[in-house]
Design a protein around this ligand. Structure first.
Ligand code: SF4
Length: 313
């Protein structure tokens, strides 16, 4: 790592989302989480009924906007909340709750267009499943991407099929690979969600997921620790057969290894969990997000680690 990298990464030892946004848009851009009122095929019976075992009642969109409001109204609410804390004027419209391409394409076009028509919205970010990207959806995303940048966030969680079956992800790895290839052919930015410390996953298995993603054409990653949330099937499993959840030091050590293994051009969008504190059963220490990030930075420095250090062998 050179002084230039450190400077480019704003003094951090990894290529953060913050840094990526400044490079892309020339300024800090803030996400407004939206709710398009969609469901998920892994919940409505199309693929499954129970959903992924860790998924909360709000479809992993616990901080998303109110689906009863229009996209324009949700954006206005999001801006108001952000402006109360700091003077900001650039946003990413982030459709977070449930599966945000699981609806007729005419509806998707309506809500996504409404979002990007806002002059303060710089990019559109859409969280979805790789098996919900049919040709009509891809064609829409390609058109929108010509107007404003479109990011698609894919919930992969792990490359290991055994774990994927356990968490009831509902699709196989080749479906993910196909979706990445389709999106990249259209020039759409791909961000992948990975969950660390899924039950049964060893350190080697977690690193194998990072290695695999290094070999794919992805632009961003969200690394997050498994959260056991009240009301999920995972909570029942945890109560009946408590499985290992790491303490902060163990998590930081594995996270540090994942970062060191990660290709240095992949932007790191998330490094901790993001569950609502009132539903969090374990690990409870993750609520102190700032402390976790500070400890990570300290750990990387102490051990002279940085993103990509181990990628180059
Ligand atoms: S695909 Fe997403 S919304 Fe659907 S059950 Fe899994 S985590 Fe929840």
């Amino acid at each position: 790592m050179t002084q230039a990298d450190l400077g480019r990464w704003g003094g951090r030892r990894y290529y953060s989302l913050d840094c990526c946004l400044r490079e892309t848009f020339g300024e800090k851009v803030y996400k407004i989480t939206l709710n398009g009122g969609m469901s998920c095929p892994n919940r409505d019976g199309h693929i499954g009924t129970g959903g992924c075992i860790f998924c909360s009642a709000k479809g992993s969109g616990d901080f998303a906007g109110n689906a009863a409001l229009s996209v324009t109204e949700q954006l206005a609410e999001g801006k108001k909340a952000l402006l109360a804390k700091r003077p900001v004027h650039s946003y990413i419209a982030y459709f977070q709750a449930f599966t945000n391409t699981y609806a007729p394409v005419s509806y998707l076009e309506k809500i996504f267009t409404e979002a990007i028509q806002d002059p303060d919205v710089r990019a559109l970010s859409i969280a979805t499943r790789p098996d919900c990207l049919g040709s009509d959806v891809l064609e829409l995303l390609e058109r929108l991407n010509r107007i404003k940048p479109v990011w698609v966030e894919l919930g992969l969680q792990t490359i290991h099929e055994e774990t994927a079956r356990f968490i009831r992800r509902g699709y196989s790895l080749d479906v993910f690979d196909r979706a990445v290839a389709d999106l990249r052919r259209l020039g759409i930015t791909v961000i992948v969600h990975v969950i660390l410390f899924l039950p049964g996953e060893t350190e080697d298995r977690m690193l194998e997921t990072v290695d695999y993603l290094n070999s794919r054409d992805i632009q961003g990653i969200k690394l997050q620790l498994l959260h056991v949330l009240e009301g999920t099937d995972l909570a029942g499993i945890y109560r009946d057969h408590p499985f290992h959840t790491p303490d902060m030091e163990e998590y930081i050590r594995i996270l540090g290894r994942c970062i060191a293994r990660l290709r240095p051009d992949i932007a790191v969008h998330r490094l901790t969990g993001d569950g609502p504190k009132d539903l969090l059963i374990a690990p409870l220490w993750t609520g102190a997000k700032r402390t976790v990030l500070n400890r990570l930075n300290q750990y990387l420095k102490e051990n002279d680690l940085w993103q990509g250090k181990e990628y180059y062998g």
